[in-house]
Design a protein around this ligand. Structure first.
Ligand code: FAD
Length: 424
């Protein structure tokens, strides 16, 4: 296959991370080509905008950085380079104003991703960035050229540098399918297996409960989880009962530790406080009052404010005899045990954990063993809860990789001019 040379920098992956790398490199004067397997760029970004695009978060930067857990030290310099305020200013530069919601999360005024993506792609094209859609990257030729599968057949492209921004492994139909993992692993790059993050979980619901309650939201509960090391976490919010288990905001927040516990022990136990506004003593007192001719459903509703899906959960998870004992019943309302047996598959998750290990990269996000090849975005080995932390880290790492590629290209140019020795 003949390799054609299409500019100095190839950015592979036209999601938020890749587009940001392209923008930075192009602004620095590099000749940039973006390749993507899909017919159009930013499909997952557009999907993220469906339920309200949460771009970033307004909390203090120290709290923000702590959301990256074990990878905080790696993400910190990247996010300092493009902190939430800078991200909001960047969006404003594209004509998209943002606002801080009541939860502190930051959204575009129109809540959607499409206007921002449209303006961004327009600006990139105007700056000279070339886009090559339906180009699936398949690895390297023996001579180092990048290989792409295209509708017109295979194509090889030789470049001076490449930024890989191929995403994680969830929602494969939007483009990021994790097929890059074996390609990098075959080149000796350390890649942690992709795992579901911000995901739902399976629960062994009875057929009756599933039929009756699948699709129902469980509003305002507190979920408690105690990890095997004794560390406790309490989260207030709501979740959704699904046919296979549970999903939604408060579940996603706890999902990393729940997934890890299931991997280690086979299951994870949550405790649900179904009545966060009432204390146990008050519940015991009200539930001890004579039921008279009232049904148990009425008694629960009138005395404990529990009905609908919350009452269904009690029926599902509590032995029938416990309903007759106000102490047992009140205790269950405040700490109902719910056993999760498996995370939902990676493809259904909001994001992926795992990916290219930071240890395999230098400070410019260049793969140490593949000089001139940089990585950015969700394909790196970090994870974070929802709340705008995902996109912020993708944008920030995209900028860092784009700047790293520019630095690399400048070094190559200096070598070519005889001003310095080859890099590395
Ligand atoms: C339903 C949903 C809602 C979300 N909501 C939010 C939110 O509100 N806030 C937030 O912060 N995050 C949100 N996210 C997560 C966020 O969208 C992702 O973290 C982000 O898009 C990842 O950016 P990325 O550029 O790393 O990868 P992606 O956006 O996945 O882009 C990767 C690109 O690489 C391309 N590609 C992959 N493999 C190849 C290949 N071999 N050859 C060529 N091209 C390839 C893909 O086609 C794709 O265009 C949401 C995700 C989902 C699924």
């Amino acid at each position: 296959m003949q390799a054609d040379r299409r500019g100095a920098l190839a950015v592979i992956g036209g999601g938020p991370a890749g587009l940001m790398a392209a923008e930075v490199a192009s602004a620095a004067g590099a000749s940039v080509d973006v390749y993507d397997a899909m017919p159009s760029a930013g499909r997952k970004f557009l999907m993220a905008g469906k339920g309200g695009l949460n771009l970033t978060h307004s909390e203090p930067l120290q709290d923000f950085l702590a959301r990256y857990g074990a990878r905080q030290a790696w993400l910190t310099p990247l996010i300092w380079g493009f902190a939430p305020d800078a991200l909001r200013a960047w969006a404003r530069g594209l004509g998209v104003e943002t606002f801080v919601g009541s939860s502190g999360r930051v959204f575009p005024a129109q809540m959607k991703a499409a206007p921002l993506l449209r303006a961004w792609l327009h600006r990139l094209r105007a700056a000279g960035v070339r886009f090559h859609m339906r180009h699936r990257w398949c690895g390297w030729q023996e001579d180092g050229a990048l290989c792409f599968a295209t509708p017109q057949g295979e194509r090889a492209v030789r470049t001076d540098a490449a930024v890989l921004a191929l995403g994680g492994g969830s929602w494969a139909r939007l483009g990021s399918d994790g097929a890059w993992v074996p390609l990098l692993a075959a080149r000796g790059v350390r890649v942690a297996p992709l795992r579901p993050a911000n995901c739902g979980f399976d629960v062994a619901w009875s057929a009756h409960f599933r039929e009756r309650y699948a699709g129902r939201p469980v509003k305002t509960v507190v979920l408690a989880h105690r990890a095997s090391d004794g560390a406790e976490s309490h989260q207030q919010g709501e979740f959704l009962v699904t046919a296979s288990g549970v999903e939604g905001g408060v579940i996603y927040t706890l999902s990393a530790r729940l997934r890890d516990e299931i991997e280690a022990t086979g299951s994870a136990l949550l405790q649900l406080d179904l009545a966060p506004d009432r204390d146990r003593a008050r519940l015991i007192e009200s539930l001890s009052q004579a039921r008279g001719a009232n049904s148990m459903a009425n008694h629960l509703r009138r005395r404990a404010g529990i009905d609908g899906v919350k009452a269904g959960l009690l029926r599902e998870l509590l032995p029938p005899l416990d309903f007759a004992d106000p102490v047992c019943l009140a205790t269950a309302i405040k700490a109902l045990p719910l056993r999760l047996v498996a995370p939902r598959p990676l493809d259904e998750a909001i994001s992926s954990a795992g990916g290219v290990a930071f240890e395999a990269l230098d400070e410019h996000l260049m793969i140490r063993d593949l000089p001139g090849v940089f990585c950015a975005g969700e394909m790196l080995d970090w994870e974070a809860p929802t709340g705008g932390y995902l996109l912020t880290a993708c944008f920030a790492s995209g900028r860092a990789a784009g700047a790293g590629a520019v630095h690399w290209l400048q070094q190559l140019a200096r070598v070519a001019s005889g001003a310095t020795r080859p890099p590395r």
